[in-house]
Design a protein around this ligand. Structure first.
Ligand SMILES: O=C(O)c1cc(=O)[nH]c(=O)n1[C@@H]1O[C@H](COP(=O)(O)O)[C@@H](O)[C@H]1O
Length: 277
């Protein structure tokens, strides 16, 4: 379990707010790993070993594991067990359902004694409202990360619809702020929406924002920091494909490290610029 203050301390210590996304695709990992009993875990293990001093969070995306049934879940559990305990562990599951079902999702990803996994945080969709989110908050010291303004092209379909309180994504943030504080809730805001960050900070001045969309999706780290960084940093910037598939040869872990280092160095500059470190 990582508290808000511990996360801030980690960011200052590692001079990084990088989240490495473990979207591990059996079709994309180097073929020599297929000789191992659990190639997906073997890949993740080497990526984690190569990057853990450069990042403060890891985010396995559940779809990449669920796609392979029981074996995929075993790889996910083994990966969770291997994650360094000083890093925030985020399961990117994007769940949302009625209360008694959310209870089971929360148990699946938070309750180690039940499922073998005890992630620190989960991504959730807010569409079903308060009772779909409360079951996760019943777990002390765990985080929920609510989809607010996503990096996807389809974000315009619903998230920019106007309500009496402004855009729908603004209403989502205002409402979710009444469910718990910045010590329990983060919001997902896509890096591809960097100019919107100023607006988002009006509604979520203190919350950490999980920011996917740099790297493969083309978002700008500099712009995200310019418009979205707060006095505690307040950002976790995720990169998945650009780091983990930097090479598909035997040097993949070194190549991942080089990419992560490049991002960490840019982050250090931004943290200094903003006076966080
Ligand atoms: O919740 C997310 O993490 C997420 C939200 C969003 O708006 N956009 C987005 O890309 N993501 C996730 O962030 C990761 C981005 O991966 P890369 O584009 O490879 O860096 C994937 O796991 C996506 O599912």
């Amino acid at each position: 379990m990582i508290s808000r203050q511990q996360l801030i301390d980690q960011i200052k210590q590692k001079r990084s707010f990088l989240c490495v996304g473990l979207d591990t695709d059996i079709e994309k990992i180097p073929s020599f790993l297929k000789a191992y009993p659990d190639p997906i875990f073997e890949f993740n293990k080497r990526i984690i070993d190569a990057t853990q001093d450069l990042c403060v969070a890891y985010k396995p995306n559940s779809a990449f594991y669920e796609a392979y049934g029981v074996k995929g879940l075993q790889s996910l559990i083994a990966t969770w067990e291997y994650l360094p305990k000083d890093c925030l562990s985020i399961i990117d599951a994007k769940r949302g359902d009625i209360g008694n079902t959310s209870d089971k999702y929360a148990k699946a990803f938070f309750d180690e004694a039940s499922s073998g996994m005890g992630f620190d945080a989960i991504t959730v969709t807010p569409y079903m409202g308060n009772d779909s989110v409360t079951p996760y908050l019943a777990y002390d010291n765990k985080w929920i990360i609510i989809l607010a303004l996503t990096s996807s092209v389809g974000s315009k379909d619903f998230q920019y619809l106007t309500t009496e309180n402004g855009f729908l994504y603004e209403t989502v943030i205002q409402k979710a702020n009444t469910w718990a504080g910045a010590d329990r809730i983060m919001y997902v805001v896509g890096a591809t929406k960097s100019t919107e960050f100023t607006n988002i900070r009006k509604f979520a001045p203190d919350n950490f924002l999980l920011v996917p969309g740099v790297g493969a999706q083309g978002g700008s780290l500099e712009d995200v920091c310019k418009y979205g960084m707060n006095k505690d940093c307040g950002l976790l910037v995720n990169a998945s494909r650009s780091i983990i598939y930097a090479s598909n040869g035997e040097d993949f872990a070194d190549a991942a490290r080089a990419e992560a280092l490049k991002m960490q160095q840019q982050m250090e500059v931004e943290l200094e610029k903003a006076g966080v470190i």
